[in-house]
Design a protein. Sequence first.
Length: 126
Amino acid sequence: MSTERVLFAFIIVLALTLNVGFIVGDLADIDQHNVYELFAALIVSLFATVMKFGDRSPLGSTMLATSLVADLQLIAAAVCWGLYASANADLSAPQSATVVSLAVGATVANVVSVVLLVVEMASLRR
C-alpha cells in the first residue's frame, strides 16, 4: 500500500464529500448552506488539483481537467456569494440557487474524478 496513493485518494474523496455536504439542503434557502463549508470545499479542491499536476497518464490528464472544472465552479460560487452578500444583507432565493447550483456543477465534476480514480485503481496490476 502506497502512502502517496492513499493520500491522493483521500484528498479526492474529501473534496467530493465536502462539496456534497455544502449542497445538501433547500436550493433557495441559503441558511441551509454554510459559507465555511464552501470555503473548505474550495481549498481541498484546489489542493487536489495541485496533487493531480504530477500525473502524466492520459487518465491523469482527464482527472486534472475534472478537477479544474470543479475549481472553476467553486470559485464562481464563492465569488457570486461574495458579490451578492456585499450588495445586501440576505441572499434572495434566486441568488441562493445560483450559488448552490454552481456548487452542484462542481459536485458532478468531483464525481467524475472519483469514478476515474476507481477505474485507475481497478486497472492497476499487482
